[in-house]
Design a protein around this ligand. Structure first.
Ligand SMILES: *Cc1c(COP(=O)(O)O)cnc(C)c1O
Length: 396
């Protein structure tokens, strides 16, 4: 049997290769950080990690993780409700709720699971989910797993959202689902307007803070802080794998009864292992760090402003956003790949994106800025952008 199936797989892989979409992984032999070492011994500056607060190699978090392992062991060997809950799991859930100004939180192995398990327990075929068209794959999958009716609105388009809310008025309950920051343009969802429409049309609001928590808002607390929407958003999901340390882990936080019902019914929570003590211990330390000082967020924001201003002065076309994602527009797919490859030769890691990851004719280089970047890192990246940009005729 495998012969025929193997042929099919080989053909599919060849198609991916021919379309220029084959993903190849680069082996890093150092810790994740602003500066990384590759397997051939060369060094590179990393501008494509989601390491927004620079915590991925934080000595303080590494120490906290080790201490937690010494005190509470390596693994839990259980799901939460059988025998996989330590006191610290609850402490971390409380810390998350405190950070987002919500009632309670529930931990998952990843935000992919949080999103996969958030809709199905809460809504039925009588209800409607109204989802932004650029939402993350895990929200799309979560919506698919739920029997509720589906509506899609154009990215951050409030007129379209309003039209879809009107269409969904006959449903029992409605929920609007959106990313906080969209990862391709780095644009922030207009949460104040979304909440206004939710109130007008009697809908709940769910936001995925994966790229926005630790980044947007005056002190980096996410979209509720940025748009002063505390108390107006019913459900937040997020990850511990980006700004919040970069290891692994996800959560849903929000109103008490919502979290309580997820704990009873959410399948990725009920049927998947508890987070290990080291992740929980480091997570607790991470929230303590963010409470003590806003220094990391301040530095990240300074870096964003510095990078963006220098790049625009050099003549690059940058999408205006308020996040730590900076899209350098090239509008040409092969050029985006050539550009990223030339940057790698200069020792700068950035990602070239083109259709179907972004709309046709919207190819770009995505740069992700971090608190870990020092001024000399930024200057080196900007100099490389200018050199490659001139070589490839992008700037004069
Ligand atoms: C990265 C990301 C996720 C997945 O988070 P994991 O914890 O890595 O599973 C979910 N939603 C959004 C919007 C993301 O950017």
């Amino acid at each position: 049997m495998y012969g025929k199936f193997q042929k099919y797989l080989q053909d599919t892989l060849a198609e991916i290769e021919e379309a220029g979409l084959y993903k190849r992984e680069r082996n890093i032999v150092s810790a994740q950080g602003a500066e990384i070492t590759l397997q051939d011994g060369s060094k590179a500056l990393n501008f494509c990690a989601n390491n927004y607060l620079g915590l991925a190699d934080s000595p303080r978090l590494i120490e906290a993780a080790k201490k937690a392992m010494d005190e509470r062991g390596y693994g839990m060997s259980s799901v939460r409700f059988i025998c996989g809950t330590q006191d610290r799991h609850r402490e971390l859930e409380k810390a998350i709720a405190k950070y987002f100004h919500t009632d309670d939180a529930i931990l998952y192995a990843a935000c992919f699971d949080a999103n996969g398990g958030v809709f199905e327990p809460l809504l039925t075929a009588e209800d409607a989910i109204i989802s932004d068209s650029l939402n993350h794959a895990s929200i799309i999958d979560g919506v698919r797993l739920c029997k509720a009716q589906r509506f899609r609105y154009a990215n951050a388009d409030m007129a379209d959202l309003e039209a879809k809310l009107q269409e969904a008025q006959s449903c029992r309950f409605r929920i609007i689902a959106t990313d906080g920051v969209f990862s391709m343009d780095g644009n922030v969802a207009p949460m104040d307007k979304i909440c206004d429409l939710a109130e007008k049309y009697d809908a709940l609001v769910m936001v995925d803070e994966s790229h926005s928590a630790g980044v947007v808002g005056k002190t980096g607390h996410g979209v509720a802080e940025q748009f002063n929407c505390y108390g107006r958003i019913d459900i937040f999901t997020g990850t511990l794998g980006k700004a919040f340390g970069g290891a692994v882990g996800g959560f849903t936080t929000g109103r008490q009864e919502i979290i309580d019902l997820l704990r009873q019914r959410s399948r990725p929570y009920l049927f998947s292992n508890s987070l290990p003590p080291m992740i929980v211990g480091a997570g607790l330390e991470m929230f303590k760090m963010l409470e003590e000082s806003n220094e990391l967020h301040d530095r990240q924001q300074e870096n964003v402003v510095y990078f963006r201003e220098k790049m625009m002065a050099a003549g690059f076309d940058i999408k205006p956003t308020q996040s730590a994602i900076c899209a350098v527009m090239l509008y040409d797919a092969p050029l985006s790949q050539k550009f990223a490859a030339a940057m790698a030769k200069e020792g700068i890691f950035v990602t070239g994106f083109y259709y179907p990851v972004v709309p046709k004719g919207q190819a770009r280089i995505r740069v992700q800025l971090s608190a870990a970047h020092r001024k000399e890192h930024l200057d080196k990246a900007i100099a490389a952008f200018i050199k490659v940009g001139k070589e490839l005729g992008v700037i004069k």
